[in-house]
Design a protein around this ligand. Structure first.
Ligand SMILES: [Zn+2]
Length: 166
C-alpha cells in the first residue's frame, strides 16, 4: 500500500539548481515513526540544501527539529522528547559504484527519487535514543531504580557538595 500524500523529490535535479527546501511534515505522515509514538500530533521542521561537492558527489545537507510524544521506557507514561539533528547525506547512484568520504552518510536512491517523508523518517530513527526515559525527578518509575542507586546517602555526595562551595 502506498501511503497518500508523499512528497517526492529528485535530489539530483535539486542539486543542479542548488535548491534549498524548508518546511514541515506532519508526524502522522511518517509511517515508521508513528509506530513508536504515543501520540502522532505535531510535525517535523526541516531545512535541506542540495548541491554537488568538488568531487562531484551530490549531497543533501541540513537540519531538522521535532518534538516526539513517546512512552518512557522506565514508567511507560507519555513523555515529550525534543530531537534535533544535522543531516549530511551523500547520494549513491546504483549504477555508479564509488566510495563516499566519511563526511557523508550514504543514501541510495531508487529511480532518482525519494520522498521527504522517507528521508526524514530515517534521520529521526537514527537520532532516537534506544531507551528514552523521563528526567529522574519526573519519572514515576525512578523510585524503583533509586533503590539500586544509593549515592544520595553516600558520604561522598556530601563531600562533592563541599568541594563545589569552595
Ligand atoms: Zn518515566
Amino acid at each position: 500500500m502506498v501511503p497518500p500524500e508523499l512528497h517526492l523529490i529528485n535530489p539530483v535535479q535539486l542539486a543542479e539548481k542548488q535548491e534549498r527546501l524548508t518546511g514541515t511534515i506532519p508526524l502522522s505522515a511518517l509511517q515508521r515513526i508513528r509506530e513508536v509514538l504515543h501520540d502522532d500530533k505535531g510535525s517535523i521542521k526541516f531545512e535541506l540544501h542540495f548541491g554537488k561537492d568538488e568531487q562531484g558527489v551530490i549531497f543533501i545537507q541540513g537540519k531538522f527539529s521535532v518534538s516526539l510524544k513517546i512512552k518512557c521506557q522506565r514508567c511507560l507514561q507519555p513523555m515529550e522528547l525534543p530531537l534535533q539533528g544535522q543531516i549530511c547525506l551523500g547520494i549513491i547512484n546504483r549504477n555508479v559504484a564509488r566510495n563516499l568520504s566519511d563526511r557523508y552518510e550514504p543514501l541510495t536512491l531508487n529511480d532518482n527519487e525519494i520522498s521527504l517523508e522517507t528521508l526524514l523518517e530515517e534521520e529521526i530513527l537514527l537520532a532516537l535514543p534506544i531507551a528514552p526515559v523521563h528526567e529522574r525527578e519526573r519519572c514515576k518509575g525512578s523510585r524503583i531504580v533509586e533503590e539500586y542507586r544509593p549515592e544520595h546517602d553516600s558520604p561522598f555526595a556530601v563531600l562533592k557538595n563541599l568541594n563545589r562551595n569552595k
